[in-house]
Write a protein that binds this ligand. Structure first.
Ligand code: HXC
Length: 516
C-alpha cells in the first residue's frame, strides 16, 4: 500500500499539472497581451491566503471533432471561495489559455456549482469572464450550459450581489451572463464584449471593424452603458471591486448591511459656495454629494455614461447611501433615455439590497426632440417612475434649484412616495421654466402690448414670483421643509436615522410589469 508521502506527491503532481492550464507558452502569450493568468487574478482579488479552489480535476466529456484526444485542465475555468475585507465571496475565473475559455458542459457545471454555493450561502458572486462563448465543438451541450447560467443569474438577482469582470475578448454567452448581473467591470485595451465578433460581421454584412471599436472597454463605458466601472489596469479594476464591496451588503438580508465608524460625525455642510443661485449657471453636483457624505467620500457608478445623471455610493452616519443626482454640468441635467435607464437600474439595486436612496434634484425636465421621442423616451422615462414608485427603502429628496414638469415628479417626488422632500430657498417647482411658461400663458398679452419685450420681461417676473419658488409646493405639503443649504446633511442624516425601521406594505402580487 502506498504511504501518505507518496500519495501527497501524486496529489501535488496532479495539482501542478492542472494548474498549468493551457501551458507555459499560452500563459506567456496572455501576459504579453497585458493580461494576468486566471489563477493570479483570483489571488489578487481575494484576501491573502483565503483562496480555496474546487473542482480542479474536472475533465471535459466531449467526444466529437477530435475532442476525445484533447486535454483541457480544469476545463478552462477555476471556481473558488475566499474572502474580501474578511467577508466571504464566491468566484469563478475563465482561463483563456484553455480553448479560449470557451464554455463546454463541464465548464458550465463548475460555474453553476459555484453559483449555487453563492446563493445557498448568501454571499456575493464574482465572475471573471475571459471567453469566446459557447464551445463550438460541444454544440447544444454548451448552449444548455449557458441557459443554466442565465437562469441562475436571474434567480440570484436581488438576493446576492453579482459582479462581472470582463478581462478578455468575450463573445456570445460570455457577455449575456454579465448583462444579467448587477455590476460589470472593464479594463482599457483588455476587455471586449460583443454578441458576434468582427469576423462574423464581415462575412454577414461586409462591414469591417476592429474588436476594440466594436466592443472595447470605452465603447461599453461611454456609449452602450453595458459597463459600470472602467479601469486602466487589471490591478486598478480589482481595487475598484474591493471598493464597491466596501459599500454594498453581502445579501438582501438587512443583517448584512455595512455599518462603518462615522468619520466627522459633526461635519459642517459647506455647500453654499458650490451651487450658484442663478439657475442657468452649472456646477458639479458631485461636489454637493461630497459636501454631505462622511469623509467627503463618493464612489461613482457608471461615471462615463449618461453623465447628465450621477449615481453612486457614499456613507452618511456610517451607513451606505445610494445617491441619484441630476448633473447640471452635463446637458443641464436633463432626463433622457439613457439617464432614465441608468438611474432606474441603480434604484432597483439599492432597493433590493436595503440601501437608502438620496435624490438631489436640479433639472429643467425631459430632453425634447425627435431623436429622443423615436428612441423611446416614453418607455425609458417610465422606468424611472416605476423604479422610484416601487422602491420601499428610505427615500429622501432635496430639491436644490430647478424641478420642472415631469422631471419634478420623476425625481422621487412626494407623489411617488418619497419619505422626505426638502427644498432649498432658491428651488423652483413648476410645470416649466419661467421663460417658456410666460411665452405660453401670456402670449396674447405679450403680442398685443405696445412694448412686447418689456411686457414679456414683466410676465416672466410675475410668473417667477407666483410659481417658481418652493413655497407653493410647501403650502400644499408636497415639500416637508424648506431648508438652508448648510442644513442639508443634518436633515438627511436625521431622516435616514428615523427611517431605520421603515415599514410599508404594498398589494400582493406575483410581480409587476416594469416598462423593460
Ligand atoms: C471553441 C474557441 C472558441 C469557441 C475561441 N476558441 N472561441 N474554441 N469554441 N467559442 C479557441 C480558438 O479556437 C483558439 O484555439 C483559442 O480559443 C484562442 O482563440 P483565438 O481566436 O486564437 O483568439 P483571439 O484572436 O484573441 O479571438 C478571440 C475571439 C475569437 C474573438 C473570442 O476566438 C472568436 O471570435 N471566437 C468565437 C466567438 C463566438 O462566436 N462564440 C460563440 C458565441 S455563441 P487554439 O487551439 O487555436 O488555441 C454563444 C451562445 C450563447 O455563446 C448565446 C446566448 C444568447
Amino acid at each position: 500500500m502506498a504511504n501518505l508521502g507518496t500519495l501527497k506527491k501524486e496529489l501535488h503532481r496532479r495539482r501542478a499539472k492542472a494548474e498549468q492550464g493551457g501551458g507555459q507558452q499560452a500563459i506567456a502569450k496572455q501576459i504579453a497581451m497585458g493580461k494576468l493568468p486566471a489563477r493570479e487574478r483570483i489571488n489578487q482579488l481575494l484576501d491573502d491566503g483565503s483562496f480555496h479552489e474546487y473542482d480542479l480535476f474536472i475533465e471535459h466529456d466531449a467526444r466529437e471533432f477530435g475532442m476525445d484526444s484533447k486535454e483541457m485542465p480544469g476545463d478552462g475555468v477555476i471556481i473558488a471561495t475566499g474572502t474580501i475585507h474578511g467577508r466571504s465571496v464566491a468566484i469563478f475565473a475563465q482561463d483563456f489559455t484553455v480553448a479560449g475559455g470557451s464554455l463546454g458542459s463541464m465548464h458550465a457545471r463548475k460555474i453553476t456549482k459555484i453559483m449555487d454555493y453563492a446563493l445557498r450561502m448568501r454571499i456575493p458572486l464574482i465572475g471573471i469572464n475571459d471567453s469566446g462563448g459557447a464551445r463550438i465543438q460541444e454544440g447544444v451541450n454548451s448552449l444548455a450550459g449557458y441557459g443554466e447560467i442565465f437562469f441562475r443569474n436571474t434567480l440570484n438577482s436581488g438576493v446576492i450581489p453579482q459582479i462581472s469582470v470582463i478581462l478578455g475578448p468575450c463573445a456570445g454567452g460570455a457577455v449575456y451572463s454579465p448583462a444579467l448581473t448587477d455590476y460589470v467591470f472593464v479594463v482599457e485595451n483588455i476587455s471586449k464584449m460583443f454578441i458576434t465578433g468582427p469576423e462574423v460581421i464581415k462575412s454577414v454584412l461586409g462591414e469591417e471593424i476592429s474588436m476594440e471599436e466594436l466592443g472595447g472597454a470605452r465603447v461599453h463605458s461611454e456609449i452602450t452603458g453595458n459597463a459600470h466601472f472602467y479601469a486602466l489596469t487589471e490591478q486598478e479594476c480589482f481595487e475598484q471591486i474591493k471598493k464597491l464591496l466596501s459599500y454594498i451588503p453581502w445579501n438582501n438580508n438587512t443583517n448584512s448591511l455595512i455599518q462603518t465608524e462615522t468619520k466627522e460625525p459633526n461635519k459642517k455642510c459647506n455647500i453654499e459656495r458650490i451651487v450658484p443661485v442663478d439657475p442657468t449657471k452649472p456646477y458639479d453636483v458631485r461636489d454637493v454629494i461630497r459636501a454631505i457624505t462622511d469623509g467627503s467620500d463618493f464612489f461613482e457608478v457608471q461615471e462615463k455614461w449618461a453623465a447628465n445623471i450621477v449615481t453612486g455610493y457614499g456613507r452618511m452616519g456610517g451607513r451606505t447611501v445610494g445617491f441619484v443626482a441630476n448633473q447640471p454640468m452635463a446637458l443641464a441635467g436633463v432626463l433622457d433615455c439613457d439617464s432614465s435607464d441608468k438611474a432606474a437600474r441603480f434604484i432597483r439595486f439599492c432597493d433590493s439590497f436595503n440601501i437608502p436612496i438620496v435624490t438631489l434634484e436640479d433639472l429643467p425636465g425631459y430632453l425634447p426632440g425627435v431623436d429622443q421621442e423615436h428612441a423611446g423616451v416614453i418607455r425609458h422615462g417610465a422606468k424611472l417612475l416605476y423604479a422610484y414608485s416601487e422602491a420601499t427603502v428610505p427615500r429622501i429628496t432635496v430639491i436644490l434649484r430647478k424641478a420642472y414638469g415631469g422631471g419634478y415628479i420623476a425625481m422621487n417626488s412626494r407623489h411617488l412616495r418619497a419619505d422626505f422632500v426638502f427644498a432649498w430657498p432658491m428651488a423652483e417647482i413648476a410645470v416649466m421654466g419661467p421663460d417658456g411658461a410666460a411665452n405660453i400663458i401670456f402670449r396674447k398679452e405679450i403680442m398685443e402690448a405696445p412694448d412686447p419685450v418689456a411686457m414679456r420681461k414683466q410676465k416672466v417676473v410675475e410668473y417667477k414670483e407666483k410659481f417658481a419658488n418652493p413655497y407653493v409646493a410647501a403650502a400644499k405639503g408636497y415639500i416637508d421643509a424648506v431648508i438652508e443649504p448648510k442644513d442639508t446633511r443634518k436633515f438627511i442624516l436625521h431622516a435616514i436615522n428615523i427611517s431605520k425601521d421603515k415599514n410599508v406594505s404594498r398589494p400582493n402580487k406575483k410581480h409587476g410589469v416594469p416598462p423593460f
